[in-house]
Design a protein around this ligand. Structure first.
Ligand SMILES: Cc1cc2nc3c(=O)[nH]c(=O)nc-3n(C[C@H](O)[C@H](O)[C@H](O)COP(=O)(O)OP(=O)(O)OC[C@H]3O[C@@H](n4cnc5c(N)ncnc54)[C@H](O)[C@@H]3O)c2cc1C
Ligand code: FES
Length: 289
């Protein structure tokens, strides 16, 4: 029987030094778009599995270049491979983009809080993703879909810049084909082959089929997109404590020591990255809404 994430220890092997990167083998790599790739790693040498909770992140280390936080984007069950989906934006993410099967890379983790998938049974679930924001949400989607009977309606709203930037295309098509999931995909700018919606992802929220009183919404993407998405969810009547967002800040230690990721009284690495909206709304630039 497959192990469920509910049964896995969330902070596995915490007695090991959280500052020491552990080497892992690259099992496979896959190009998702022009500047986004997925890399699957083995558990660190000497461990046969790697437990994490959806929404948590690892620090990936490229020798001589640096270390960056990256969310885990793979299936939470099993723990035989650790999957990350990464957009190349600078030196470290570009160096990670040159990894090939059989190479070694080092990681620390898993760190941070999780999407509360285990505590929301019976809820309608709304996932709102912008661009690479679908990657940190994917483990939560996997969990909800593999325990479908525990949840009410499931809605995925996904927006990206252009059709060429669409992540996880085959999976999205498979989810779209299911009768028990509502999937809406939009792009900011279409192309001659695109026949779907054009415009921002938040436009779907007012018409999406969910019962606000029993909805938990998970939102991940650029900060401005998240703020607009949250505004629409609150307008529909979803309680701020039932809206969950994942935040990104520059990080160094990832264990709440250095203060690099501080946001008011919160450390994003330790208290987040997943927060309920009521905890962070006053700390984000709400004037922009
Ligand atoms: C908790 C957490 C989870 C993350 N998960 C993912 C993930 O799953 N996949 C992923 O691709 N990235 C993720 N990131 C972002 C990733 O850590 C950064 O893209 C990375 O640190 C950039 O490092 P670099 O050396 O390649 O580029 P840098 O030299 O650090 O940055 C290059 C350029 O990109 C810009 N930049 C840096 N970070 C970001 C960002 N987050 N968003 C937009 N622009 C940015 C910088 O301002 C700069 O202009 C996550 C960040 C955090 C804090
Ligand atoms: S990265 Fe050091 S406190 Fe968060």
């Amino acid at each position: 029987m497959a192990t469920t994430i509910d049964a896995l220890p969330a902070e596995a092997d915490r007695e090991r030094d959280p500052m020491r990167p552990l080497p892992c083998r690259v099992l496979r790599t896959q190009r998702e778009t022009r500047n986004i790739f997925t890399v699957a790693l083995s558990p660190p040498f000497g461990m046969d599995r790697f437990a994490f909770r959806p929404g948590q992140f690892n620090m990936l280390y490229s020798p001589g270049v640096g270390e960056v936080p990256v969310s885990i984007s793979g299936r939470p069950e099993g723990g035989r491979e650790i999957v990350h989906t990464i957009r190349e934006v600078g030196p470290v993410t570009r160096a990670l983009g040159t990894l090939r099967r059989g190479d070694t890379v080092a990681l620390r983790g898993p760190f941070g809080t999780a999407w509360p998938v285990a505590g929301v049974d019976g809820s309608d679930m709304v996932f709102v993703a912008g661009g690479i924001g679908l990657a940190p949400l994917r483990p939560a989607l996997y969990h909800v879909l593999s325990h479908r009977e525990r949840f009410g309606r499931i809605t995925l709203l996904f927006g990206t810049r252009t059709p060429a930037d669409l992540l996880f295309r085959r999976e999205i098509e498979a989810w779209r084909g299911r009768l028990d999931v509502d999937v809406e995909v939009t792009v900011d700018r279409g192309d001659p082959e695109w026949h779907g919606p054009v415009g921002v992802v938040t436009r779907f929220v007012p018409h999406a089929a969910f019962d606000a009183a029993r909805t938990h919404a998970f939102v991940c993407g650029p900060e401005l997109m998240m703020m607009f998405a949250v505004r629409e969810l609150l307008r529909r009547g979803v309680a701020p404590g039932q809206v969950h967002v994942s935040l990104e800040r520059n990080m160094k230690c990832a264990i709440g020591l250095c203060g690099h990721c501080q946001m008011g009284p919160l450390f994003v690495c330790r208290d987040g990255p997943v927060f309920t909206w009521d905890r962070v709304q006053g700390l984000l630039a709400t004037r922009e809404i």
